[in-house]
Ligand binder design. Sequence first.
Ligand SMILES: C[S@@+](CC[C@H](N)C(=O)[O-])C[C@H]1O[C@@H](n2cnc3c(N)ncnc32)[C@H](O)[C@@H]1O
Length: 216
Amino acid sequence: MSSPGPDPEPESEAVFPPGFFDRADPTPDTEFYAWPRIVTHIDDAAIAAVGVLYEELGLDGAVLDLMGSWVSHFRTTPAHLTVLGLNADELARNHQAAAAVVHDCNRTPGLPFGAAAFDAATCCVSVDYLTRPLEVFDDVARVLRPGAPFVCTFSNRCFPTKAIRGWLATDDDGHLAIVAAYFRLASGFTEPVALQVTPPGHRGDPLFAVWARRAG
Ligand SMILES: C[S@@+](CC[C@H](N)C(=O)[O-])C[C@H]1O[C@@H](n2cnc3c(N)ncnc32)[C@H](O)[C@@H]1O
């Protein structure tokens, strides 16, 4: 009688090598983000590009801004914007937000919202800090309505001690591939779109985006 072969390697382990999600600073994120940073993390042109992208994608209704702060970059404020992040003071200063939620996505990837609660979700210049991204993406799919988009945008800078090693080890194209892989490996998304939003040769902070829609 032949014995069964080894369990197939989970798909995520095949894509992301050991240590990929480690960080130089493994202390709780609540400590790093304990003090409000009332700053912008990308330049004005990149911020404007985020707003244009959101407008082109028609983000409105009940929108979740994941890993948010005091600015959410919408050209027109959505009907009901919920901003989720780690610093209550930053979130309280977000004039576009109708609701603010303090929640650590690395400690608890499950989001504190009901199923199909949102018409869209965004995550701006923060996806590189997720240590359990597939669980978070799974749960973003859960809280989105069918057809609703999840839009991740990022540039080429970060807090390096808090970004995952896999992100720091690669370049812009690698970052697009990483976020696209999150969408593909998570449950419940359509095939992602991944692109450089700012034109090649753009002076200033480049902007990249990867998005997909809740399947079904
Ligand atoms: C570089 S800032 C970007 C803020 C905002 N999205 C923007 O576009 O300016 C990173 C944000 O991610 C949030 N963040 C970092 N780690 C987090 C975590 N584990 N759970 C939830 N939010 C987190 C922080 O609160 C911080 O506001």
